[in-house]
Write a protein that binds this ligand. Structure first.
Ligand code: ADP
Ligand code: MG
Length: 209
């Protein structure tokens, strides 16, 4: 469960988030809908501990994201608007790196295989297919594949909550369908929050808006 209480974010004099309150319950897909500039990415960056708030608090299963960041962050997987990918790494190297950053025990082969296995089993090889591109440099992947690698990184370690910032921006229609299917499958085991500026998109995928 995530509780966002009286969240305020000011960039200098610019008020980006104005006393925002909401609660996210387990086991649903939530759509975070708003036009460009509404403050979606700002809110998600605060919820995931990337950015400090001006006022207010965020509790992840009761843990304050600023005061108990390790406990809180363990429960979250995050795909930021610009996926934090290293272009000169192969997919495999990047997944191992992400596992290490997340302090996933038995780093390397096992954790990566677990994650890839989870994705393959749950979502079908056809859908995710990161195994097929694991030896390739990320810079040589299509946008759709990069987004999948970003998603795979977000689900590493099986966090309870998965937060996706505009996961389908820049994808072609076929890739959008694939990502939507993947999100629906993820939601069987995880709470998913995704942002979008497209009403039809959140209506299509989400239980709550
Ligand atoms: P969204 O993700 O909904 O498009 P953002 O959270 O990116 O919205 O931005 C909310 C507002 O805050 C926008 O007006 C944006 O220009 C502004 N903003 C975002 N990041 C910064 C920053 N680092 N410095 C100053 N203003 C920012
Ligand atoms: Mg944004």
């Amino acid at each position: 469960m995530i509780e966002v209480k009286n969240l305020v974010k000011k960039y200098g004099n610019h008020l980006a988030v104005d006393h925002l309150n909401f609660t996210i319950e387990e086991g649903h897909i939530y759509g975070f809908l708003g036009p460009n500039g509404a403050g979606k990415s700002t809110t998600m960056n605060i919820m995931t501990g990337y950015l400090g708030a001006t006022e207010g608090e965020v509790l992840i299963n009761g843990h304050d994201i600023l005061k108990e960041p390790e406990e809180a962050k363990k429960q979250i997987g995050y795909l930021p608007e610009l996926p934090p990918l290293y272009m000169d790494m192969t997919v495999r190297e990047y997944m191992e790196f992400a596992a290490e950053l997340k302090k996933i025990p038995k780093i390397g082969e096992k954790s990566y295989e677990q994650a890839a296995g989870f994705l393959r089993i749950e979502d079908g090889e056809k859908l995710v297919k990161i195994k097929d591109v694991e030896k390739r440099l990320i810079k040589n992947l299509s946008k759709g594949y990069r987004q999948r690698v970003g998603l795979a990184q977000a689900v590493l370690g099986f966090p309870e909550i998965i937060i996706l910032d505009e996961p389908s921006v820049g994808l072609d229609p076929k890739q959008i369908i694939e990502i939507r299917e993947l999100i629906r499958k993820l939601a069987k085991k995880h709470t998913v929050i995704l942002s979008s500026h497209i009403l039809a998109e959140v209506r299509e995928v989400c239980d709550y808006i």
